[in-house]
Design a protein around this ligand. Structure first.
Ligand code: ADP
Ligand code: MG
Length: 697
């Protein structure tokens, strides 16, 4: 066995460890709970907990924690040690079944969007048995779902699991109609590609904006950005390479299948992609990946930045959510088949996704909405805010031929009579990629590309799974009543494509013409988070989530409130930080430099007229003028911040932040960035873009 195969999963209480350490009947009972969601009896949980504790203690663990995904977007943990007094002044290490399956953290300080007031602050964490426990930082981490006393979800895992269940239920109905008797479950699988930036930690710490907000709020454009396109897939620098190696190892130990790593488009930007897995586990793993990226970077004297737009003017970071649906027998339902029967089933699932994305395009947009991601979407580096789908010419051609009942002309110019039960073998050309599409079919999966790098993959998959579940429900309702299955199936596929083909766009999503064309097609263009979020609480959205028991009406409303509040708070913190930097660093730098210029000017003048003073004179007058403008813009920003306190209704508040506070920040930045180009380097208090972007050698 090579070293890596031994390393992989070394810190995970996985199936191999369970088999080795649990009595056979206990192992079987636990497996049943994992695969069928059956209740885990306390006596069984006790044995599992004890085995887990013994294993963890052998690996050096001293504590355990219920590890969960609150609505903050990151993960939460509260460590309890295994120690328990023996009564004789000594202790033993203990971990009970009750402690394993259920926790009661004080939930009052997590966002709940009004679901839980502080006087009923108790929240519950419940073990998600399908995601293995693992050891991180000498602590046994139990992946858990987090809900309120009355059972409302306060986290991202609970609704994700519910949405997976909804999809399973409806997809199984469809599979039964196709005569499938072997599959017992359908699961959504995801492979999230994660982009990030790495800069030198010392530079990072000198920038209050990066420390407090994750992005640079000021900074003149560097002389070299990404124009030469020399970073993408470029040779990886030794320091970055050392970081990536350690990152891979740390992730492998935690059972995360880190697979691909490369340099990305912007200088200092990189990407990591894992091998895809079941949506809830892959979501846990993506959270772990983001966390471990930061801690490993720190060890290497680097700062890992996951913000969607750390630097203006160069590409920001996204997360591509590759999504497919698979049976427990290993059949990918989005894989075009080899037989007419498989083809028809594939086409039905395909048009279900097309219909889901068209009908619920606004919700899909909501799933990619945040203050950070507003800097990317529509900014010619990421998909626009308009949701559309790329199918590629071949597949679109096939669906069009089905729609019109015409012959399909394939590449070799062969006429081919096709119907839903006879699909020509079209090339699954993975190089035929449309990188500008928000939602692209890539051979046997869809790649949803609108997500921001900091996002949890839970949110888009909750929305995707539930929307597709709803369309499959409609299809199953219709087909279960069919008199003639084959012909009804054929008309359903035809009709669905006909009604929803407006969502398909294979062209350049970055072009201005697409914006006009999309409008003609009646597609939404929700440009900012503030435009998008109200769609989350539309009657249609609430009906969708309640029907599939993914969210209750009050859960949807609470999430809406949390997202809007997060938007307001983010911009508020950014504005405050910016004002601090301008007052504390930029203004003093301008004064210092002007002082020097003024002294020199005075000296030269004192020497008589023999010295030319045009340079000092020009700089002094330009900087003075800009400095006064800076002060004015700063005052506008500070007044806007004061005014923001008067707003009580969240949506109005969010609009105010977008239209007034954010706008004031842009104006202030414009002046400050020009000052940066005039004030001498020695006087400028902040590392420049060029220094940061090329800080890692
Ligand atoms: P690219 O950058 O060209 O889009 P990558 O190889 O970087 O592709 O990433 C593709 C991602 O898609 C990987 O995480 C991979 O595991 C995942 N993936 C591949 N097949 C599937 C599938 N059937 N379902 C979900 N994700 C998949
Ligand atoms: Mg990709």
């Amino acid at each position: 066995m090579s070293k890596i195969t031994e390393l992989f999963g070394a810190m995970v209480f996985n199936d191999t460890v369970m088999q080795a350490r649990l009595p056979r009947d206990i192992y079987k009972a636990l497996k049943k709970t994992m695969s069928q969601g059956t209740h885990l009896e306390l006596d069984i949980a006790n044995v599992v907990a004890n085995a887990m504790k013994d294993w963890a203690v052998e690996k050096g663990a001293t504590h355990f924690t219920h590890w969960f995904h609150p609505m903050t977007g990151s993960t939460a943990e509260k460590h309890d040690s295994f120690i328990s007094p023996k009564g004789n002044g000594q202790i033993i290490m203990e971990f009970s079944g009750k402690e394993l399956v259920r926790g009661e953290p004080d939930a009052s300080s997590f966002p709940s969007g009004g679901l839980r007031t502080t006087f009923e602050a108790r929240g519950y964490t419940v073990w998600d048995t399908t995601s293995y426990a693992f050891i991180k930082d000498d602590t046994l981490c139990i992946p858990t779902a987090f809900c309120s006393y009355s059972g409302e979800a306060l986290d991202k895992k609970t609704p994700l699991l519910r949405s997976m269940e909804a999809l399973n239920k409806q997809a199984m109905r469809i599979l039964k109609l196709f005569g499938n008797t072997s599959a017992r479950r359908v699961v959504s699988q995801i492979g999230p590609e994660q982009e990030y930036f790495l800069i030198d930690k010392e530079m990072f710490l000198k920038r209050l904006d990066l420390v407090c907000t994750g992005r640079t709020l000021l900074g003149a454009r560097p002389p070299k950005g990404q124009e030469l396109e020399d970073h993408y897939f470029g040779c990886i620098k030794p320091r970055v390479s050392a970081f990536m190696k350690e990152l891979d190892e740390e992730l492998w130990k935690l059972g995360v299948c880190a697979k691909t790593k490369h340099n990305e488009v912007a200088p200092a930007q990189h990407e990591l992609a894992p091998i895809y897995g079941t949506a809830n586990i892959a979501t846990d793993h993506n959270q772990l990946t983001m966390e471990i990226m930061k801690s490993v970077a720190d060890k290497h004297g680097l700062a890992c930045m996951l913000h969607e737009k750390p630097f203006a003017g160069v590409n920001g970071s996204g997360k591509h959510n590759n999504w497919s649906i698979t049976t427990d027998t290993g059949v990918n339902l989005l894989n075009p088949g080899h037989t007419p029967h498989e083809d028809a089933q594939f086409l039905l699932f395909l048009v279900a996704v097309i219909k889901a994305v068209d009908e619920y395009q606004d919700l899909i947009r909501v799933s990619a909405a945040s203050a950070g991601n507003d800097h990317r979407l529509g900014a010619n580096e990421a998909p626009p805010a308009i949701v559309s789908m790329f199918l590629g010419d071949e597949l679109t051609g096939i669906l069009e031929a089905i729609e019109t009942g015409s012959d399909y002309l394939n590449k070799e110019e062969h006429q081919m009579q096709i119907g839903v039960t006879a699909l020509p073998h079209f090339p699954k050309d993975t190089t035929d990629r449309n990188r500008t599409s928000p939602f692209a079919f890539t051979g046997n999966k869809f790649e949803f590309r609108m997500l921001g790098s900091m996002f949890s993959t839970a949110d888009p998959n909750i929305i995707l799974n539930t929307s597709v579940a709803e369309i499959l429900r409609q299809f199953a309702d219709e087909l279960e009543k069919a008199q003639d299955f084959k012909s009804d199936l054929a008309s359903l596929i035809k009709k669905t494509f006909h009604e929803h083909k407006r969502i398909i766009f294979n062209g350049n999503n970055y072009s201005g013409e697409w914006v006009i064309e999309a409008k003609k097609r009646g597609l939404s263009n929700l440009q900012t988070t503030v435009d998008a979020l109200p769609e989350f609480i539309s009657p249609k959205s609430v009906a969708l989530f309640s029907q599939h028991q993914v969210f209750t009406g009050s859960e949807v409303h609470s999430r809406y409130e949390i997202l809007l509040e997060a938007y307001c708070k983010t911009i508020h913190i950014e504005a405050d930080t910016m004002a601090d930097i301008v007052k504390g660093s930029v203004i003093p730098a301008c004064i210092g430099y002007q002082n020097e210029l003024a002294k020199l000017l005075a000296k030269k003048k004192a020497c008589g007229s023999e010295y030319d003073t045009s340079l000092e004179g020009y700089l002094l007058s330009r900087i003075s003028a800009l400095a006064s403008s800076l002060l004015k813009k700063l005052t506008v920003l500070e007044n806007a911040l004061l005014e923001s306190r008067d707003k009580t209704e969240t949506l109005a508040h969010a609009r105010f932040y977008r239209d007034r506070v954010f706008a004031a920040m842009s104006e202030l930045r414009f002046v400050a960035d020009e000052l940066e180009t005039l004030v001498g380097n020695e006087h400028w208090p902040l590392p420049t873009y060029a220094q940061m972007l090329y800080s890692v050698v």
